[in-house]
Design a protein around this ligand. Structure first.
Ligand code: C2E
Ligand code: CA
Ligand code: CA
Length: 772
């Protein structure tokens, strides 16, 4: 991946910048010092050249003096001068000039008036002005530079003595191109002579022309690496000349070679810098690579960590110590995270108290098991009465019991989890050739062994519900739901174990729907629910002084629903409390309404064990009685034998209180429960209702007759009245009458009917009872 801001790029960039800076500084300082050095050399050269130039001039001057002395010392010449023989003088001058290669040879008289000139200058018409000559004559024996008609001459004036001064001889050499070049070669610099107007009179610099000014030469430039630069380094010098006609010389060192040298050196240096730069770049890339490759590895590792892979890190071969340290820290971190993750995973899958799998982890395992062919059982177990164990032993021992149960479960091969406070789920494999139900029973038998907690041996009773894979479901959710449905079944049946049967779930859903609809019916109270009443014939008085209140429900869209069904569901769902409250109010109001019609009749109300244990039961009943100004004696509370026996101690105290208040207590469905006669003796009851299963076929069943007769006798002995319900024929009536029954109830007397039918029915049956 190319990262614009990557470390590698940054390192490379930084290195390149540093090296570039370094090179630039070196290059510039080299250029500066080299230039200084060269300039110094140039300066030295100039000084040297100046010296050479001076020496040359000196030599030239000496030569001039010698030439002039030779001339002025020549006797013939002196004679000619003395005779003022112009032609002789002129020819002598010319001869002499030719001999010494002088370009100018003049003769003046003692007053400086030109007497004769050599032939060449005469031909050139070189006529010096008088003041000019006068000035020359004032410094005899000294060399001068003068400009004559635009040409430069080095001249000397010497007096001609015979023995006193009779004239002056002037000897001069033309300083022209050849001499200038000679001088230039001798001094090693370019030589340019200029006059007062700074016009060049002669110059070795090419190309030159006579109109060239000194300033032009000084301003001359040459192209360079970084633009134009001066072509020469100049040094000017005043030459001995006449006042008012100064002559100067410019010694110019050409800088071309110097610059070429400098440029070459700079180029070499620049190439070297480039080389260093490239080397540096390579080194920085290598360095960056050494740093970034391990970093990239670490990035990749961090990504692996994020995905939960904590594989060992392989270190980049050339990693340095810091990187190695970082790698080792990273590696340690990976291991730590891995360990912690494992720990967290373990914790997330376990129940903190028992160490068994929790529900979520278990569901996951079951889901995996369903992907395999192997059949298994899913058993949901529940500790019966764990609430009591917990409250009697205390929460700490309660917890220890659960741990002991967990250990017990784990002793049985399979997978076990804690699904709720006192609920466990187990996955038990069914080996080929074995029966799932048998394994489940074996399992229950194994866990049913007493467990010891704090020196106590506890007999823990389990209820279980089981289902099988694949017969009862092919996924974890269905299987878990169905094993719970089976457990619910076990609970409702009061059994120890139930196996899921096909259709159970649908039935359960239907039951749930019924409960919901019933709840709605109670909330709305829109006439779906009503009370029917079945007469109870008082055999001693010979008339009906009581009715049993029986609830009816016409469920919209479903018709009449059997009270056996919905009462049972209401009891299981806890809805029975609300339902009983509704019944209490409805029946009390009805008694009141009947009383207003002049019918004074008692009513029996069916209540369940949950009702009397509920705190609101008695207040609601009392409130209903108070509202309709009824006495408690109007009401008989029917409780089944099974309900009474489920919590005997509690029942006795509650019933005693109810009885004391004045309610009549009746034991419903007597004979089918397991109550012993001894227990019955202790119960504060007023009435025994022999279950209709003994009465329905009483006339034809001698056994039933024996049971019924003995029950009547027993009841009477205990001081309670005995009721027979389910009387369907006259024969049974007769038998019961003979047996001394106190009340009769059954279809033979009447089926249950709506409240409004009581009055006409009573009228038909025997007239309205006047008894309360
Ligand atoms: P139960 O308390 O034993 O009520 C007597 C049942 O026997 C009534 O059925 C009644 O109609 C029926 N029965 C009466 N005489 C005869 C007869 O000669 N032959 C036959 N075959 N049956 C007779 P029902 O009304 O269907 O009630 C069934 C059960 O529903 C009741 O049994 C009672 O346990 C419960 N139940 C009814 N109404 C209420 C109520 O308001 N509250 C509570 N908690 N339970 C109620
Ligand atoms: Ca009843
Ligand atoms: Ca009954």
């Amino acid at each position: 991946m190319l990262l614009k801001n990557s470390l590698r790029n940054q390192i490379a960039l930084m290195c390149v910048c540093l090296i570039s800076l370094c090179c630039a500084v070196l290059l510039l300082s080299y250029a500066y010092f080299s230039r200084q050095n060269h300039l110094q050399q140039v300066q030295t050269n100039i000084i040297h050249s100046t010296n050479v130039f001076r020496q040359y001039l000196q030599a030239k001057e000496t030569m001039l003096i010698t030439a002039a002395e030779v001339l002025t010392a020549d006797f013939g010449f002196k004679q000619a001068v003395a005779t003022s023989d112009a032609d002789t003088i002129s020819s002598a001058l010319s001869n002499h000039a030719a001999r010494i290669h002088a370009d100018l040879m003049w003769l003046t008289d003692a007053h400086g008036v030109l007497i004769a000139a050599d032939q060449i200058s005469s031909q050139k018409h070189l006529q010096p002005a008088q003041p000019f000559l006068q000035a020359l004559l004032r410094t005899p024996g000294k060399g001068f530079f003068i400009e004559l008609n635009g040409t430069l001459y080095q001249v000397i004036v010497l007096p001609i003595k015979a023995p006193h001064v009779i004239g002056f001889a002037l000897v001069g050499f033309e300083i022209a191109g050849v001499i200038t070049r000679e001088l230039s070669e001798l001094t090693g610099v370019d030589i340019s002579f200029y006059n007062a107007q700074n016009q060049l009179l002669s110059s070795s610099v090419s190309p030159t022309d006579s109109s060239l000014a000194r300033a032009d030469l000084e301003a001359r430039q040459m192209p360079g690496l970084f633009g134009a630069r001066p072509a020469f380094n100049h040094h000017s010098m005043e030459l001995p000349a006449l006042a008012g006609a100064p002559i100067g010389v410019l010694l110019s060192i050409s800088l071309a070679d110097f610059y070429a040298d400098l440029d070459n050196q700079l180029k070499t240096m620049a190439l070297m810098a480039l080389g260093i730069l490239l080397l540096g770049l390579g080194a920085s890339v290598w360095l960056a690579r050494n740093l970034t490759v391990p970093l990239a590895q670490l990035v990749a590792t961090a990504r692996h960590f994020a995905q939960g892979q904590y594989t060992d890190l392989t270190l980049h071969q050339h990693a340095n110590d810091e990187i190695k340290l970082l790698f080792s820290a990273f590696s340690d971190m990976g291991h730590e995270i891995h360990n912690r993750e494992q720990e967290a995973l373990y914790q997330s899958q376990r129940d903190p108290l028992t160490g068994l799998y929790n529900r979520t982890a278990f569901i996951y395992t079951v889901e995996i098991a369903t992907t395999q062919e192997r059949p298994f059982l899913l058993v949901t177990t529940n500790i019966r009465g764990f609430v009591q164990i917990n409250s009697s032993l205390g929460p700490e021992l309660g917890d220890r019991s659960l741990c002991a149960v967990a250990t017990r479960l784990q002793e049985f091969p399979g997978l076990h989890a804690r699904a709720g406070a006192d609920e466990f789920i187990s996955l038990l494999h069914i080996p080929t050739g074995t029966n799932g139900e048998n394994i489940c029973r074996e399992f229950l038998a194994a866990i049913h062994q007493p467990i010891s907690v704090a020196d106590l041996s506890l007999n823990i009773v389990f209820r279980a519900g089981a289902c099988q894979f694949p017969a009862d479901g092919d996924n974890s959710k269905t299987l878990l739901r169905r094993s719970t449905i089976a457990l619910e079944h076990t609970r409702n049946e009061g059994a120890l174990i139930s196996f899921y049967r096909s259709g159970d779930e649908e039935n359960m859903l239907e039951r749930l729907a019924i409960v919901e609809a019933l709840k709605l019916a109670l909330q709305k109270d829109d006439g779906q629910l009503s009370m029917y009443y079945q007469p109870k014939l008082n055999m001693h008085k010979g008339y009906v002084d009581k009715v049993e209140s029986l609830i009816r429900w016409q469920r919209p869209g479903h018709g009449w629903v059997s009270p056996e069904l919905f009462i049972g569901l209401a009891e299981q769902s806890g809805l029975i409390i609300e339902l009983t409250h509704w019944v209490l109010r409805t029946v009390c109001r009805q008694i009141h309404l009947w009383q207003q019609e002049g019918i004074y009749i008692h009513a029996a109300i069916n209540i369940s064990a949950q009702d009397i244990n509920h705190v609101e039961f008695l207040p609601t009943l009392n409130a209903a009685l108070a509202e309709y100004q009824l006495k408690p004696s109007c009401i008989t509370l029917e409780l089944t034998e099974r309900d009474l026996m489920s919590d005997e101690v509690q029942a006795i105290s509650l019933l005693t209180e109810l009885k004391k208040t004045g309610f009549c207590i009746s034991v419903d469905d007597y004979g089918i429960g397991q109550s012993s006669l001894g227990k019955l003796k202790n119960l504060p009851v007023d009435e025994l209702k022999i279950d209709k299963s003994f009465i329905l076929k009483l006339d034809t069943s001698p056994t039933d007759q024996i049971i019924v007769r003995s029950t009547i006798t027993l009841g009477h002995n205990l001081g309670v009245s005995v009721v027979a319900e389910g009387v369907e024929n006259e024969a049974s009536w007769e038998l019961l009458h003979k047996m001394g029954i106190d009340y009769l109830q059954g279809y033979f007397i009447s089926r249950p009917f709506a409240a409004s039918e009581l009055k006409p029915w009573l009228a038909r049956f025997h007239g309205v009872s006047k008894h309360a």
